[in-house]
Design a protein around this ligand. Structure first.
Ligand code: TYM
Length: 347
C-alpha cells in the first residue's frame, strides 16, 4: 500500500463502534466491546455507538425479531452504562450517510481486498455462491460507518482487526486517488484481557451469538441460575490450575475461563492465575460463576426494565440518529464534491 498523505494526528479524537443486532448480546460482545465502549465514554472522549441493522441483514433476519433484537441491544448498551446524552447511540439505517458512503467505498475497495476477508470466508464457507452480495460488500459498509464520522479510533474485539485494516486501506486509497488528506487512518483499539472470548463448549472457537448451541455462550439476557449452570458445565480438563500463564499454553478452555474472570474482575490474567494457582475447577468455576452473576445481573435486570418501554428506546435511537446525521451529512456532502458529483438540488 502507498503511504498516507498525512498522519492521522491531524484529526481530532473521535470514537465510533458498532454491534450487529443479529441475535442477543453475548458475554463476548460485552467484554470485547460494550464494557470498553463505556470506559471510553467515561474517559470523556467523543463516542458514537451504532446498532448496525443494515449489516445484520447481510444474513437473513426475521423482520419482527430484528426490530426486537435492535431494541434489546440498545437496552443492553444503556444498561451496561452507555449514557445516550454523553454518547451518540442510534441504529444505522436511520442515518442514510452510511449506505451512501458505503456505495462510494464499493467503488474504492478492490475485489482482491474483499476476497481476503477471513470473516467472509468463514461465514460463506462452501456456500459462497449462495450468500448475499451484501455479505461480500459488508467490510466496505463497515468502513463507511467509521469514516462517515472521520472516526480516529475504533474499539473492537480481535475478530474485527482485519476489517479495520481494510478501512485504513480504503481511506488511504481514497486520499491518494483524490489527492486530499480527507479521511483519517483509523486505529483499531483492541485492549484488555478478553479481546477474544471463546466458546464455553470449545476453547478454540469464538463465543458467538450465531453458535447453534446456547450452552456455548452467556447471553446478556440469561438469568443468574442459567449463568451459573453454563459456567459449571463449561468444558475444561482434569488438571488443577497452574501457577503461571505459561502453564495454560495448551489448555485453551482453561485459558478462556481465566481471561473471562480477569476481564470481569478488572484484573490481569496473571493476577488471576496467581490467586488460583493449584485450584481445581471445582473451586474456580463456582467463583467465576459468582463473579459473573454479580457483574451481569444488574445489567440483565436493567435491560428487562428498559425493554418494558420500547417507545422510549425508539425515541432515544431516533434522537441519536439526528445527532449522528448532523455530523455525517456534511462529511458526505464533501465526499460527493470531491468525487465530482453535481449537487444542485435545492433542499
Ligand atoms: P459483532 O456484532 O460480531 O460484534 C460486536 C463487537 O463484539 C466483539 N466480539 C467479541 N469480542 C471478544 N470475544 C468475542 N467472542 C466476541 N464476539 C464479538 C466484536 O469484535 C465487535 O467489536 N462487523 C462488526 C460490526 C460493525 C462495526 C462497524 C464495528 C459494523 N460496522 C464499525 C466497529 C466499527 C461485527 O460484526 O461485530
Amino acid at each position: 500500500m502507498s503511504e498516507p498523505v498525512q498522519t492521522p494526528q491531524t484529526f481530532p479524537t473521535r470514537i465510533f463502534s458498532g454491534i450487529q443486532p443479529s441475535g442477543g448480546l453475548t458475554l463476548g460482545n460485552y467484554l470485547g466491546a460494550l464494557k470498553r465502549f463505556v470506559q471510553k465514554q467515561d474517559e470523556g472522549i467523543e463516542t458514537i455507538y451504532c446498532l448496525v441493522d443494515m449489516h445484520a441483514i447481510t444474513t437473513w433476519q426475521d423482520p419482527i425479531k430484528l426490530r426486537q433484537q435492535t431494541r434489546e441491544a440498545a437496552a443492553g448498551f444503556i444498561a451496561a452504562g452507555i449514557d445516550p446524552t454523553r454518547s451518540i447511540l442510534f441504529n444505522q439505517s436511520q442515518v442514510s450517510a452510511h449506505a451512501e458512503l458505503g456505495w462510494i467505498f464499493n467503488c474504492v475497495a478492490r475485489m482482491g481486498w474483499m476476497s481476503r476477508m477471513t470473516q467472509f470466508k468463514d461465514k460463506a464457507g462452501k456456500n459462497s455462491e449462495n450468500v448475499s452480495l451484501g455479505l461480500y460488500a459488508y467490510p466496505a459498509l463497515m468502513a463507511a460507518d467509521i469514516l462517515a464520522y472521520k472516526a480516529t479510533h475504533v474499539p473492537v474485539g480481535e475478530d474485527q482487526k482485519q476489517h479495520i485494516e481494510l478501512t485504513r486501506d480504503i481511506a488511504l486509497k481514497f486520499n491518494n486517488d483524490y489527492k486530499e488528506n480527507f479521511f483519517p487512518i483509523t486505529e483499531p483499539v483492541i485492549e484488555g484481557a478478553a479481546t477474544r472470548v471463546m466458546s464455553l463448549r470449545d476453547g478454540t472457537k469464538k463465543m458467538s451469538k450465531s453458535d447453534p448451541s446456547d450452552q456455548s455462550r452467556i447471553n446478556l439476557t440469561d438469568d443468574a441460575d442459567t449463568i451459573a449452570k453454563k459456567f459449571r458445565k463449561a468444558k475444561t480438563d482434569a488438571e488443577p490450575l497452574p501457577d503461571s500463564l505459561e502453564g495454560l499454553k495448551d489448555r485453551p478452555d482453561a485459558r478462556n475461563l481465566i481471561n473471562i474472570y480477569a476481564a470481569l474482575a478488572d484484573m490481569t490474567p496473571e493476577a488471576v492465575i496467581t490467586e488460583y494457582a493449584g485450584a481445581q475447577f471445582g473451586t474456580f468455576k463456582p467463583a467465576l460463576a459468582d463473579l459473573a452473576v454479580a457483574k451481569l445481573s444488574p445489567i440483565t435486570t436493567k435491560m428487562s426494565h428498559l425493554m418494558q418501554d420500547p417507545a422510549e428506546i425508539d425515541r432515544i435511537l431516533g434522537e441519536g440518529a439526528s445527532r449522528a446525521d448532523a455530523i455525517a451529512r456534511p462529511i458526505l456532502d464533501q465526499v460527493y464534491d470531491i468525487v465530482g458529483m453535481i449537487r444542485s438540488r435545492q433542499v
